[in-house]
Design a binder for this molecule. Structure first.
Ligand code: F6R
Length: 241
């Protein structure tokens, strides 16, 4: 695992955007695994800017997102599909039909997850997977648990995740209680993984994930076993190293 130190959120975002841009340039038909949340916002801004300047071409890129809230429609401003459309897909020359997000409107959890696994299988390994790190060590919505779930599955969100995500909703009670997420196995199949972490609130969990025992209680700790992981974290997130 390589750990790069960035001064702050802006520098972290610049470095991560550079790695993703290099991936797109070197392999223009890459499959990119993408995340939502606050961490990648500036990364997406930077990629969109480079695309606008004709410095980057998304014309042959395919994307798969990690997760989606169960019950939210694509047009719902809180859905992850809406987030991706707003922050990236509508700003770059990507073919919309090659952007995949689990179907939050599919009420049958087993079916939603099976369908997403079929899509992942048909695309082959993700070339570069971008991840944020949850305050409780989750990646995607793989919450601390007794075992590492392999495939896309339905999860009950933990109180800590609901609390962390309430800032995007009118209140904690408006945060959906369930989500569909790629499993740890699906994430670990990626050829390269890029993790971005910012802020002192993530310092303790980042240290546990990188240096602690590999345990499903800290889902991100599994990344220690992946052969090609790059972590880009800012000074505040690295303050306990
Ligand atoms: C989002 C996702 C989550 C976030 C994590 C960090 O698609 O899968 O695992 O990456 O919760 O969120 P932020 O970046 O908002 O701190």
């Amino acid at each position: 695992m390589k750990i790069y130190h960035a001064k702050d959120y802006q520098e972290m975002s610049r470095m991560a955007a550079n790695l993703l841009a290099a991936q797109i340039t070197l392999k223009p038909d890459s499959v990119l695994g993408l995340a939502t949340g606050s961490s990648p916002l500036e990364v997406y801004d930077r990629l969109a800017m480079r695309c606008r300047q004709k410095d980057l071409d998304f014309g042959r890129i395919t994307t798969v997102n990690l997760d989606e809230y169960k019950g939210l429609a694509p047009q719902d401003p809180q859905s992850y599909r809406y987030f991706m459309d707003t922050h990236l897909f509508s700003r770059v020359n990507i073919a919309k039909n090659r952007t995949f997000v689990p179907d939050g409107l599919e009420e049958d959890g087993a079916k939603a997850c099976e369908n997403y696994e079929t899509i992942l299988d048909s695309l082959g390994p993700v070339d570069m997977q971008l991840l944020g790190l949850g305050h409780n060590g989750h990646i995607g919505f793989n919450e601390p648990a007794d075992a590492f779930p392999a495939l896309t599955h339905q999860v009950d969100l933990t109180a800590s995740t609901i609390d962390a995500n309430r800032r995007f909703f009118t209140s904690a009670s408006a945060v959906p209680r369930q989500a569909y997420t790629m499993g740890i196995g699906s994430i670990m199949r990626a050829r390269k993984i890029l993790v971005i972490v910012s802020g002192s609130a993530k310092a303790r969990i980042l240290k546990e994930a990188v240096n602690g025992p590999i345990s499903p209680l800290v889902p991100a700790s599994i990344l220690q076993l992946h052969p090609d992981v790059t972590v880009i974290a800012d000074e505040a997130a690295l303050s306990l190293f």
